[in-house]
Design a protein around this ligand. Structure first.
Ligand SMILES: Nc1ncnc2c1ncn2[C@@H]1O[C@H](COP(=O)(O)OP(=O)(O)O)[C@@H](O)[C@H]1O
Ligand SMILES: CC(=O)OP(=O)(O)O
Ligand SMILES: [Mg+2]
Length: 361
């Protein structure tokens, strides 16, 4: 039926995004609720209070190991899969399970569909999957790199002109969680997150890369157990940990505190370095895309990240790099195209759903 309506749910680490969608209108009525102001359940129940009749519910799930991108039906076994990976994505999978449970209680056996954020990377090369440890150490949670933000990265890449999609591109999702994906001819070659969404770039409250020696040192203190370390790396590190002030880039940019400025510098440097590493392993770069709450809204951060990359053809045009967060090209010259690609994971989910299930007319 053409006038079906779907509910879309995206539980991020700092926000829940909810929307409706139909085949005629696409995604509409999207609300983004920052979970600092309101709790997850309150936000969801507020949205559920006044809904048209639904034909299905679509969920973004951050860690599903090497499951396909989606849509995957919600069944006992797919729910078990979300639980299985939850300890590696504690800011995401548990909340998504809560959302699915609330919806199941409210709507009974209304079809629900999952879209895996790690699915984009299920076919990485053996080299890119490698974690340099004996593989026999863990069988239930294979010690390898996965990668996340697949929906966001695919959505950014999709917005590019087809000539650029056929080349070497890096997409940057800089939000609460942050990651970079290297694309060559439409294939995702790697993501800066690895075994878990803690890896790679410095984030709002997640550490990104840390010398494992630091972690061993912290654990050698008898009063500092695994739980405390997990809390530190997921909720007390990154921008928040460095600044001691806040993980929110808006607050750091307004602050004159030295630690806040250092946190911003560290964040930008980490992104520049990852672009550098991905560019070199791809053997060049033709385009860079900025997305996510920080990437879309902060021209100064984009400029700081790209400044060292001028020598590699990334020539950001200051007059195009303004506050307006709409899709556009940000360079006029230079061999590396620069784009602002506002991320819409909801559109990506609904697009994938539509491709598979829209009745043929
Ligand atoms: N105008 C802005 N300037 C800088 N940072 C912002 C702005 N708006 C949002 N953010 C940051 O982006 C994050 C939200 O980005 P988003 O991509 O929606 O992230 P997520 O999906 O990870 O919650 C917030 O946590 C906030 O720190
Ligand atoms: C994977 C991840 O970190 O997601 P988010 O940025 O939505 O928290
Ligand atoms: Mg997100």
């Amino acid at each position: 039926m053409e006038n079906e309506c779907f509910l879309l749910c995206n539980t991020g680490s700092s926000s829940i995004k909810l929307a409706l969608a139909s085949f005629e209108q696409g995604v509409f009525n999207q609300v983004n609720v920052e979970l600092t102001d309101v709790g997850l359940i309150e936000a969801l129940q507020g949205f559920l209070a006044d809904l048209p009749s639904l034909s299905g519910v679509l969920h973004r799930i951050v860690h599903m190991g090497e499951a396909e991108e989606g849509p995957l039906a919600v069944t006992a076994s797919s729910l078990q899969r979300i639980s299985h990976w939850a300890s590696l994505a504690p800011l995401h999978n548990y909340q998504a399970l809560d959302v699915i449970e609330i919806i199941t209680r409210r709507f009974g056996d209304l079809p629900q569909w999952l879209f895996s954020d790690s699915g984009l990377y299920r076919n990485l090369s053996a080299l890119r999957k490698l974690v340099p440890l004996p593989q026999s150490l863990s069988t239930d949670w294979p010690l390898q790199r996965y990668g996340f933000h697949g929906l966001a990265h695919r959505n950014m890449w999709r917005q590019l002109p087809s000539s650029l999609r056929a080349k070497k591109v890096i997409t940057l999702q800089l939000g609460s969680g942050c990651s970079a994906t290297a694309w060559d001819k439409g294939e995702a070659l790697e993501n800066s997150m690895g075994f878990s969404p803690l890896d790679g770039l410095c984030m709002r409250s997640r550490s990104g890369n840390v010398d494992p020696g630091v972690l061993l040192h912290l654990l050698s203190n008898a009063e500092f157990g695994v739980e405390a370390l997990n809390h530190l790396l997921t909720q007390g590190a990154g921008l928040k940990g460095i600044s001691g002030l806040s993980g929110d880039m808006r607050e750091l940019l307004q602050s004159h505190d030295e630690r806040a400025q250092l946190a911003v510098d560290y964040f930008c440097d980490a992104v520049t370095r990852v672009i550098g590493a991905q560019m070199v392993t791809m053997g060049g770069i033709d385009g860079i895309c900025f997305g996510g709450g920080v990437g879309e809204n902060q021209p100064a951060i984009r400029a700081k990240i790209l400044a060292p990359l001028l020598a590699f053809g990334a020539d950001l045009a200051p007059e195009l790099n303004g506050k307006n967060a709409a899709f556009r090209q940000l360079n006029k010259t230079g061999s590396c195209m620069i784009y602002l690609t506002p991320v819409n994971e909801m559109q990506e989910m609904f697009g994938q759903y539509t491709e598979k299930f829209r009745p043929q007319r």
